[in-house]
Write a protein that binds this ligand. Structure first.
Ligand SMILES: C[S@@+](CC[C@H](N)C(=O)[O-])C[C@H]1O[C@@H](n2cnc3c(N)ncnc32)[C@H](O)[C@@H]1O
Length: 422
C-alpha cells in the first residue's frame, strides 16, 4: 500500500481552500510531515472533515496541492486522474475535433497542479505530447498513471519530457535536459504543427525550442488581431510592412502576413529576436508561405530599434516580450523596461496614415492595470496620443483561467490602431 499522509489545516486557514484554491502553504498546516516529495495526501480541516485529496512536497513552500475535491475517504488514485483528464479533454473539444495543437493539461486549472501537457499534431495527424513537470506530484502522477494518459489522450508518436524550468528548483526538483520518454525523436527538431492561427503548419523545434516548442497561448490573440485588421479600415500603401518583435519562430508575423496576403495584399515581414535558432525557424515559416521577409538578430532590450533603421517604417508592429518579472522586488524595474520597450516598438510605426500596434505581456506579476498604464505612458512618450487600443485579449481557451485560481492568469494582450494625417 502506498503511504498516505493526513494533512490538517490550522483553524481559520481553510477559507481560501474552501473557495476552491488548490494550494496549501506549509504555514497553514498543523504539521509538515517529512515524507517523500509527491506523497499522496488527504487534506482535512481543523475539525477533521475531508477537504480533498492530492499530494504534498515538504521541500516546497506550496506544501500541498489539492487535485480533487472528492470528500470520500478513498486515497487519490487512477479514477481521479482519469476524471481530471476527461474533464480537460471535454473543454478542448474545439481543438481536438480539428486536430489543432493545443495545451491539453494546464496544471492547477485542470486539477493536476504543476503538470503541463501540450499536444502537437502535424499534417498527418501524428500526435506528439510535450510534458512539463513543475511539481514533484505532477511527475509522480504522470509516471505512475501513464497508461491513463495514453488511454484518454490516445496513442502518441512521441512523448517528450521537459524538466528545464528554473521554477523546479523551488520544488527541490533538479533541472535536467529534455528527454524523449516514448517513441522516436525523428522529425521533432523541425516539427510542422497544425495550429489554430495559421492554415499552414508552423514549424518549431519540439526538443530544443522555448516552452514546449510553440507559444500556444497566443493563438486566440493572433486570431483577434487578424480579424480586427481585416475588418478595420484599409491599410494604405502598396506593401504592408509588418514588424514582429520578439518573434520567436514567427507565429505573429507569418499569421498576419498570411491573412493579409489571402486578402489580396502584398506584405513584407520583419522578425526581431535575440535567438539565432528561433530566427532561422521564423525564416523557414515565412518561406513555407512565400512571404518576403527580413530577420534581425538583436538584443532588443539592450538596443534601440532606431539604431537598426527600423524607426517609422511599419504599418503593423507586434511586441511580445519575454517574462521579465521573476519576483515582486524587480517589478518596478521590469515595468520601466516594459515602457521603454513598448516606446521603442511604437516608434517603428510609420508617422502618417493608419497603423496597427499590438503588445503582449506574459509576466504573471504585472497586472492588467499595470500593463494598461505602461502602454499609456509608452504611447504618450512615442507621441501616439490617438492610439485606440480597443482589442483586448489574454489566454487562449486551452489555457483556462479559473475564478478560484487567479494566479493562473499571466498573459495580457492589447492592440488597436492610430490614424494620423500626413
Ligand atoms: C514570449 S516569447 C515570444 C513568442 C512569440 N511572439 C510567439 O508568439 O511565438 C519572447 C521571445 O523574446 C525573445 N527574447 C528574449 N530576450 C530578448 C532580447 N533581449 N532581445 C530580443 N529578443 C529577446 C526570446 O528569444 C523569445 O523568442
Amino acid at each position: 500500500m502506498e503511504p498516505v499522509v493526513q494533512v490538517y489545516l490550522k483553524k481559520g486557514e481553510d477559507r481560501r481552500i474552501k473557495q476552491g484554491h488548490p494550494w496549501v502553504f506549509s504555514n497553514q498546516v498543523s504539521q509538515v510531515e517529512k515524507v517523500d516529495p509527491g506523497t499522496i495526501a488527504v487534506f482535512r480541516d481543523s475539525g477533521g472533515s475531508i477537504l480533498g485529496h492530492g499530494v504534498v512536497n515538504p521541500h516546497s513552500l506550496i506544501y500541498g496541492r489539492i487535485y480533487t475535491r472528492r470528500t470520500s475517504s478513498a486515497s487519490f488514485g487512477e479514477p481521479d486522474v482519469r476524471m481530471a483528464l476527461e474533464r480537460a479533454l471535454r473543454e478542448r473539444q474545439h481543438f481536438t475535433r480539428q486536430s489543432l495543437s493545443h495545451r491539453a493539461v494546464f496544471g492547477e486549472a485542470d486539477h493536476l497542479g504543476g503538470l503541463v501537457v501540450d499536444r502537437y499534431y502535424d499534417a498527418d495527424l501524428k500526435q506528439v505530447l510535450a510534458v512539463q513537470f513543475h511539481s514533484a506530484g505532477a511527475e509522480q502522477v504522470f509516471v505512475k498513471y501513464r497508461h491513463v494518459f495514453n488511454e484518454v489522450l490516445g496513442d502518441s508518436h512521441s512523448v517528450i519530457v521537459h524538466r528545464s524550468a528554473m521554477s523546479r528548483l523551488k520544488e527541490g526538483l533538479e533541472v535536467k535536459p529534455t528527454e524523449v520518454l516514448e517513441g522516436s525523436s525523428e522529425g521533432l527538431e523541425n516539427f510542422s504543427a497544425r495550429v489554430a492561427h495559421s492554415k499552414v503548419g508552423l514549424t518549431a523545434n519540439l526538443l530544443k525550442g522555448q516552452k514546449t516548442g510553440l507559444f500556444l497561448d497566443q493563438s486566440a490573440n493572433i486570431n483577434l488581431a487578424v480579424s480586427a485588421i481585416l475588418s478595420g479600415p484599409e491599410i494604405p500603401g502598396k506593401i504592408i510592412k509588418i514588424l514582429d518583435i520578439c518573434s520567436y519562430v514567427g507565429a505573429w508575423g507569418v499569421s498576419l502576413g498570411e491573412a493579409l496576403r489571402a486578402n489580396g495584399r502584398d506584405v513584407e515581414v520583419h522578425f526581431v529576436d535575440v535567438s539565432a535558432q528561433a530566427l532561422q525557424t521564423a525564416s523557414m515559416n515565412a518561406k513555407a508561405r512565400s512571404l518576403p521577409h527580413v530577420v534581425h538578430e538583436v538584443d532588443f532590450l539592450g538596443q534601440e530599434l532606431s539604431s537598426l533603421g527600423l524607426e517609422s517604417q511599419f504599418d503593423i508592429v507586434v511586441l511580445d516580450l519575454p517574462s521579465m518579472v521573476k519576483n515582486k522586488k524587480v517589478l518596478p524595474q521590469a515595468r520601466h523596461g516594459y515602457r521603454k520597450a513598448n516606446r521603442s516598438a511604437m516608434k517603428c510605426l510609420k508617422k502618417s496614415g493608419l497603423q496597427w500596434y499590438f503588445s503582449a505581456s506574459c509576466s504573471q506579476l504585472v497586472s492588467r492595470s499595470d500593463f494598461d498604464e505602461d502602454l499609456a505612458i509608452a504611447a504618450q512618450s512615442a507621441e501616439l496620443d490617438g492610439l485606440n487600443l480597443f482589442v483586448r485579449g489574454g489566454h487562449s481557451a486551452d489555457h483556462p483561467v479559473r475564478t478560484w485560481y487567479p494566479e493562473g492568469e499571466y498573459l495580457k494582450f492589447r492592440g488597436g490602431y492610430i490614424t494620423r494625417s500626413s
